[in-house]
Design a protein around this ligand. Structure first.
Ligand SMILES: Nc1ncnc2c1ncn2[C@@H]1O[C@H](COP(=O)(O)OP(=O)(O)OP(=O)(O)O)[C@@H](O)[C@H]1O
Ligand SMILES: [Mg+2]
Length: 239
């Protein structure tokens, strides 16, 4: 088991962004989370990565409780990809890729450089090594951001709407890379509105609404045979 989440709630002021979430996530699962705006998808991912600390309940990561005191133990093991890339604007592509693995002593400088070059070749950006993020397209930035998480050999990667800031013609190249990454033995959780991708990628789909998990099941069941009216309505709205 990678995550064991019990009775997780997160409040902002008086408002519950997450309410009484119970969830188990196993190794190598490929999960898509869907749900309307404000349903708590980002907050859940941020709790899984200790970017938010729960108000109530607990999150166990391989039996270790995630808190503000233990988060250091999971740094690097849990990667995150954001809608707005979050590359270091003042660093070149190669420095963006090599910084964390070298700082965290996961690789030597030489090893990190060689590994980064190999990844850049795989995503057809070998000529962008010394380019700054501002001179990349959105799709290129996001592919670099994804490869940056891979440089840390993560056990888990969380993707929060990785393609929603991209022009339509760049969405495909990013989704293709995520599909490619999914062949690896990495637990992946992706928040997305791209239903075709979700169908190809996911082994399991979670539908959230108002801070709760409303449905959780195999993709065939969720997409072809939704149990709740709420999910039926949501799906017909985005199709
Ligand atoms: N830092 C914060 N401070 C106050 N309220 C917040 C904060 N972060 C999230 N919220 C609130 O918590 C609820 C859940 O937000 P969250 O961002 O998790 O939703 P979401 O499902 O990711 O939505 P979207 O699809 O728009 O990204 C919303 O009502 C939001 O306004
Ligand atoms: Mg969100």
């Amino acid at each position: 088991m990678v995550y064991k989440i019990r009775d997780l709630s997160k409040k902002f002021g008086k408002h519950y962004a997450l309410k009484n979430i119970d969830l188990d996530i196993n190794e190598n699962e490929k999960i898509v989370i869907i749900g309307p705006s404000g349903s708590g998808k980002s907050t859940l991912l941020r709790c899984l990565n200790t970017l938010e600390i729960p108000t109530n309940g607990k999150i166990l990561y391989h039996d270790m409780r995630l808190t503000e005191h233990t988060y250091k133990n999971v740094q690097g093991k849990i990667g995150m990809v954001f809608q707005n890339f979050q590359l270091f604007d003042n660093l070149t592509v190669i420095d963006n890729l090599t910084l964390a693995p070298v700082l965290n002593k996961i690789m030597s400088k030489e090893e990190a450089y060689e590994t980064a070059k190999e990844y850049l070749k795989q995503i057809h950006l070998e000529d962008k090594e010394n380019t700054y993020p501002r001179n990349l397209s959105g799709g290129q930035k996001q592919r670099v951001a994804i490869v940056r998480t891979l440089m840390m050999n993560p056990e888990v990667i969380l993707f929060d709407e990785p393609t929603s800031a991209l022009d339509p013609e760049m969405i495909e190249e990013v989704l293709t890379l995520i599909m490619e990454v999914s062949k690896k033995n990495i637990t992946m959780i992706v928040v997305t509105h791209e239903l075709k991708f979700a169908y190809d990628f996911a082994t399991r789909v979670i539908f959230m609404d108002k801070g709760k998990i409303v449905e959780d099941g195999e993709k065939e069941q969720i997409f072809n045979n939704p149990k709740t009216e709420r999910l039926q309505k949501f799906l017909s709205n985005i199709k």
